[in-house]
Design a binder for this molecule. Sequence first.
Ligand code: FAD
Length: 288
Amino acid sequence: MKTPNISFEFFPPQSLDASFRLWETVRELAPLDPSFVSVTYGAGGTTRELTHDAVQTIHKHYGLNVAAHLTCVDASREDTLAIAKDYAKTGVTDIVALRGDPPKGAAGFVPHEDGFSSSVELIEALAETGDFNIRVGAYPDPHPESADLDANVAWLKRKVDAGANSAITQFFFEDDTFFRFRDKCEKAGIDVPIIPGILPIENWKGVRKFAERCGTEIPNWLNDAFEKAVRDGREDLLATALCSELCTDLIDGGVEDLHFYTLNNPALTRDVARALGITPRVVLQDVA
Ligand code: FAD
């Protein structure tokens, strides 16, 4: 089996304790030599400064290629582009451009009166500057706001036509879901890399709730397996085994890149990476 390129998603810390957890995660996963890491932007645009600081620190201190998430929520076009330009000035030229989730409790996305009204508008504006490698979100299980899978793929095509260079998918549970989506994208003329987003399941109850909100299909066999594993206290073992199997099936089907949603917890991602044959780069001065 070919060893895949891997990348990681982190979220910015909102407390001292969370900061320690993030740095521990970065310290543990950086030696796995990720092709890039990304840092999320809180729902409702709530972590603007924290995301910025986490991106800069990871970029500066770990020398990793960092992709900064940027959304259209609750910000004018001018402010949003100013954030992106500031990143470019410091050498961070990778952006995950999203419409974004509304703040907690809001019924849906409402554009800021001077803001971008969709991800496509944000992508166009970033592409116009010529400064960025633009990544976007994609949804193998259709996004809750899309009419059906075809409409979902058609919208991704618009994002690519607007200037997206690659797409990272929402998490999904079965390889067939990804391959069906990849085939539809290919037929629709989408010719940029589509990187599967992989969620090692740390807490089944939480993941199930999140999946329901995102419109991610939950197979019955998976729910049954986790309910038994939770009962028997071997949730981590099942999570590692299933996630490694999903990744292996994706690689066997031609996937070359995997993006892990780490949730700032390195253990499961590290174990899955090891199962895929990816081991830490050892720096002699660290062990001498
Ligand atoms: P889009 O792709 O623009 O829209 C989502 C779907 O809605 C489309 O597939 C399409 O079917 C439909 N749609 C939307 N507008 C139209 C239209 N005008 N016409 C027709 N169909 C339309 N959220 C955050 O808040 N912060 C983050 O950091 C963050 N990171 C993410 C990273 C990844 C890899 C992914 C996949 C998602 C992330 N999200 C994040 C969640 C994301 O913001 C939500 O899923 C949001 O609801 C959609 O954003 P998007 O840019 O993917 O939307």
